[in-house]
Ligand binder design. Structure first.
Ligand SMILES: NC(=O)c1ccc[n+]([C@@H]2O[C@H](COP(=O)([O-])OP(=O)(O)OC[C@H]3O[C@@H](n4cnc5c(N)ncnc54)[C@H](OP(=O)(O)O)[C@@H]3O)[C@@H](O)[C@H]2O)c1
Length: 248
């Protein structure tokens, strides 16, 4: 099997201070990859995670940017490279997840979601590719894109853009850079909710269960290392995407 080694590589992870982004950062650092932890508001969490990684012998630094602001997005890759050296891996993980149904969707909610979930990944990935190095990009999508998520319309639409972008960028950046995505299902409860939320929704997938951050990390490490795989979106959702109501 062809593999892309993570050892001695340099990775930028957006939204890396907590939750799934932090799980990716810990896993990459454990694989001997140097990590740049991007954050927006969670400076303390990002610094604490960087210290934890360094205390275990890994390499980590932090960088701040608001990905809803295109000017800040444009400068993020050059700043990260100046801070930590050329990048080999980019994980577009940062996300907003607000309840907004169709009637509540406004131009600004749509614009903000598209900025964070589609414009930022496009601009960051293009700047990443402009380094003229080989590498791998991982986009965090969502298993909900297979259906119609009526409670999160701007999120749904913008994550669908990210899914399309994954395939578009796989074409645009080949053969030097592979671009893949993960579509997680029920993994972590949204902010402010606990495991009861996950248990209450377990019936919505075929396996009647919910996943863990490690399931996403394992899928992500596979896609980052799989040197003959590009343009793929791997659903890690207990089969939820096969039960889409909209397309029944
Ligand atoms: N958790 C799940 O079960 C699940 C399910 C399906 C899909 N996903 C996808 O997997 C990824 C990770 O999920 P998660 O739940 O760990 O993510 P999350 O906690 O919702 O968000 C991760 C980080 O995104 C950053 N962010 C939000 N708006 C930003 C902005 N304008 N500029 C810069 N950073 C911004 C925040 O950073 P700060 O805190 O620093 O502000 C936040 O900590 C997301 O893309 C999500 O859509 C997750």
């Amino acid at each position: 099997m062809n593999t892309f080694s993570l050892s001695q590589k340099n990775a930028l992870i957006t939204g890396a201070s907590r939750r799934l982004g932090a799980a990716f950062a810990r896993a990459l650092a454990a694989a001997d990859c140097s990590v740049v932890l991007h954050y927006n508001h969670s400076a303390k969490d990002a610094e604490a995670l960087a210290s934890e990684i360094r205390a275990q012998g890994g390499k980590a630094s932090c960088i701040q940017a608001d990905l809803a602001e295109p000017a800040q997005v444009e400068s993020l890759i050059p700043r990260a490279v100046a801070q930590s050296g050329p990048l080999d891996i980019l994980i577009n993980n940062a996300s907003i997840f607000r309840e907004t149904d169709f009637s509540e969707t406004t131009a600004s909610s749509l614009q903000e979601n598209i900025a964070v979930h589609a414009t930022a990944p496009l601009l960051l990935s293009r700047a990443f590719a402009a380094q003229q190095r080989c590498g791998a990009i991982l986009n965090m999508v969502d298993a909900r894109i297979a259906d119609y998520d009526q409670q999160h319309v701007p999120y749904h639409l913008s994550k669908r853009m990210l899914a399309d972008l994954t395939r578009i960028m796989a074409v645009e950046f080949a053969p030097r850079i592979r671009v893949n995505g993960i579509a997680p299902g029920l993994i972590l409860p949204p902010e402010g909710k606990d495991e009861t939320y996950l248990k209450g929704l377990a019936h919505t997938n075929l396996l009647q269960s919910f996943g863990a951050a490690q399931d996403i990390v394992d899928a992500g490490l596979y896609l980052l290392c799989a040197a003959f795989v590009t343009g793929e979106i791997l659903y890690v959702d207990g089969g939820r995407n096969l039960r889409g109501k909209m397309y029944d």
